[in-house]
Ligand binder design. Structure first.
Ligand SMILES: Nc1ncnc2c1ncn2[C@@H]1O[C@H](COP(=O)(O)OP(=O)(O)OP(=O)(O)O)[C@@H](O)[C@H]1O
Length: 350
């Protein structure tokens, strides 16, 4: 059993998406709210990686912003374990688009030095320069690259610069929001390998966010699949890939091309994600679910925990499996043992 770095309990974020007051008064329209994150529980194991996966709009980035403190929860809570030396756990974010998140007018050494200066982590210019050079080397760049500007680098190199800047703040916890989705597949593998190496070397904890199960497969100890603001399945990575239980997880897995069907259509089948402003009744996945019946339309499924460490919110899974002695409703999962260091991620990922 591993210690938790972060525990989310009943985490909820509701946005007010009402029209302006005057329009509502004139046109008699009611207030409208959108449950971007709807009562979710998860644990990020210390020194491990939990990935959140799902289609666009399912609430992944909102969770990332809640964890970084950019948004506050509408309900529920986030509990961080203490960091090194009893200090609050230091978290840093790595963004999807390294170009947009790097100031184009600053040289790379100034970009990486900024957290060192702001957090007063080094007390002289010489010490700052030495640390910047060390960080550039750590992420596989050359200390002389510090003299260049972001536009002089490729996408993968820019993401290395973003990682170096994030590491400059000496974080223990990195929140990675689609860090490789703007990169070519072969470069994605290099960045994922670098992130895993850094995790092993520095004992970093990751909350990793992606719409692509194949990207998170090699990074994650556990994977949580989100749909319309809820976690519909959460399991140890190998369990999720070997025995995906939820019909939505199965749909997501079908979109991963494999050796036998490399050109498989990557769109998730079963139609569009419904509007979270006016979500479907019962199980919100029922309009797209090939297994849905009357109960799914009427009744919201509870989250059940299974003896293999997975959790699902699906009536049909519950009916197909019975409710075995080990299954229990609700509650945040326990952090389980972390994966062993695996083979390097190959170019192509899949
Ligand atoms: N500040 C906001 N105000 C109103 N609605 C918001 C706000 N931020 C997000 N939403 C809505 O919340 C839902 C979840 O959005 P979120 O960005 O978290 O999803 P996502 O899974 O990260 O999608 P993507 O991969 O496209 O970023 C969406 O319907 C989105 O329109």
């Amino acid at each position: 059993m591993t210690e938790a770095a972060l525990t989310a309990s009943h985490l909820t974020r509701v946005f007010d998406v009402s029209e302006p007051w005057l329009n509502r008064v004139i046109e008699g329209k009611p207030r409208r709210s959108l449950r971007a994150v709807d009562d979710i529980d998860f644990v990020v194991p210390r020194g491990g990686c939990l990935s959140l996966v799902g289609e666009s709009g399912c609430g992944k980035s909102t969770v990332a912003r809640l964890v970084t403190g950019l948004y506050s929860p509408s309900a529920g809570e986030l509990r961080f374990a203490p960091g090194k030396g009893g200090k609050p756990l230091a978290a840093q974010m790595i963004f999807q688009d390294p170009y947009a998140s790097l100031n184009p007018r600053w040289r790379v050494d100034a970009i990486i030095a900024e957290p060192l200066r702001e957090l007063r982590l080094r007390d002289s210019e010489a010490a700052i320069s030495a640390r910047v050079a060390e960080l550039l080397t750590t992420v596989g760049l050359s200390p002389t690259d510090g003299r260049k500007y972001p536009h002089e680098f490729s996408g993968g190199q820019r993401q290395r610069i973003s990682i170096a800047r994030a590491l400059a703040g000496e974080p223990e916890f990195l929140i990675c929001d689609e860090p490789t989705s703007a990169l070519d597949v072969s470069v994605q593998a290099q960045i994922l390998n670098l992130m895993r190496e850094l995790q092993d070397k520095m004992g970093l904890t990751y909350l990793f966010i992606s719409h692509d199960l194949s990207v998170v497969r090699h990074m994650s100890d556990r994977i949580a699949v989100m749909y319309l603001g809820r976690i519909v399945e959460e399991a140890p990575t190998e369990v999720l890939f070997a025995t995906p239980r939820h019909p939505y997880t199965q749909l997501l897995l079908e979109t991963i091309p494999n050796v036998r069907a490399p050109h498989r259509d990557r769109a998730v089948k079963g139609g569009e994600v419904p509007s979270p402003v006016n979500p479907p009744s019962g199980c919100t996945f029922h309009p797209r679910c090939p297994l849905a019946d009357g109960r799914c339309k009427a009744e919201r499924p509870a989250v059940l925990s299974w003896p293999d460490g997975s959790r699902t919110a699906c009536h049909r899974v519950e009916e197909a499996n019975g409710a075995p002695a080990g299954a229990a409703a609700g509650g945040a999962p326990q952090p389980s043992a972390l994966r062993k260091s695996a083979e390097p991620i190959r170019a192509g990922l899949r």
